[in-house]
Design a protein around this ligand. Sequence first.
Ligand code: GLP
Length: 254
Amino acid sequence: MAEVIIVQNEEEAGRIYGRAVADLIAKKPGAVLGLATGSSPLAAYRELAAILKEEGTDVSRVQGFALDEYIGLPLTHPESYRSTITRTVVEPLGLNPERVHVPGDSLNGAGLDDPACAEQILAAGPAYDAAIRAAGGIDVQILGIGTDGHVGFNEPGSSLASRTRLKTLTEQTRVDNARFFEGDLDQVPTHCITQGIGTILEARHLVLLAFGEGKAAAVRDTVEGAVSATCPASALQLHPHATILVDEAAASQL
Ligand code: GLP
């Protein structure tokens, strides 16, 4: 059963997340953070960075694991999730970039059109899950949610037991994300590698953030709907420690 907290705005949600993570790092300097892209976590990263700076916290041993990455984008592309995580998390928090992992990093932008890489792409998922396990598992995983209830890039229909793997992006998600590629759908990758729902559920604490009316139906299905692959985020109901931070608009259908 997830705990739902209605906040006034993204900054208030960010302060709740920031406090929880700062307390965790104080107790466990080698804390393992699960990281997400998208606009929803940005205020949370800003608030966390402010708290860590104010308290002079040593983050040199903190580790990070991102949720997902596009297939076929060079890592240096400004919209690769490696670049996004570097810009929004690693730099503002002052994390050691070598301790922050993004799935498929080893592919270095290789695409599915390169047959020599196909095997490597299939191996990248299990390798990522193994790296998370070797780090001792994720302590706090931050999550956004898609309007269709996806988390990471686990689109509706994803098995609730799924592991990190190659996925095809839905047309809707590619259209939604075209805004990051000059509005040009042809530039949006067709595939990605994403932590599975089963992988995500292994994190010790899940913090899902959703703001705005556009997320209201997905939040309702997540919290009050049946646990079902139709709304992958509904799997949070199975987690013993899940916190859902929403503003009034995102909570309006509860
Ligand atoms: C993408 C990401 C998700 C993110 C979602 C919502 O699909 N892969 O991790 O949660 O977008 O993004 P936003 O927070 O910008 O609404």
